[in-house]
Design a protein around this ligand. Structure first.
Ligand SMILES: [Zn+2]
Ligand SMILES: [Zn+2]
Length: 141
């Protein structure tokens, strides 16, 4: 993964790039799946300088708040993390907990004025169901 890309994303977000935060970003950017905080901790603990569990979790939270990392919250399961720059929705399998990316499309917004709120962020969807591994083989047409 290109170190310049990671450094630039830190610059853009205003978050200080510490070696530990860098390690979390580098791991998430080269990882294809959606690891849990525990998996991220295991991975960054192997690189130098090692991070404590608390530091790793704090850094993850900072990265999420800075908008560099996306947290995919799943009730009843550990949250998954994702550093993909391209916006996308998610699909979560109810049986095995597998998280997959779905291509982005715009979700229609409710008219802000009727809600009395200002919606600043795009809506990100999580679809639930069974993944191809868990769904019955003979899908009825
Ligand atoms: Zn599944
Ligand atoms: Zn994703």
């Amino acid at each position: 993964m290109d170190a310049e890309v990671i450094k630039r994303s830190f610059d853009d977000s205003g978050l200080r790039c510490t070696p530990q935060r860098y390690a979390v970003m580098a791991f998430l950017m080269e990882c294809n799946g959606h690891p849990t905080a525990a998996e991220i901790f295991k991975a960054v603990n192997r690189v130098d300088p090692p991070s404590s569990r608390a530091t790793t979790y704090n850094n993850l939270r900072d990265l999420v708040l800075a908008g560099l990392v996306r947290e995919v919250a799943v009730e009843g399961r550990a949250a998954r993390f994702d550093a993909k720059g391209v916006r996308h929705h998610h699909f979560i399998c109810d049986r095995c907990g597998n998280v997959e990316d779905l291509a982005w499309y715009d979700v229609p917004r409710p008219a802000s004025r009727t809600l009395g709120k200002r919606i600043l962020r795009e809506c990100e969807l999580i679809f639930r169901g069974l993944c191809t591994k868990c769904a019955p083989r003979r899908a009825s047409r």
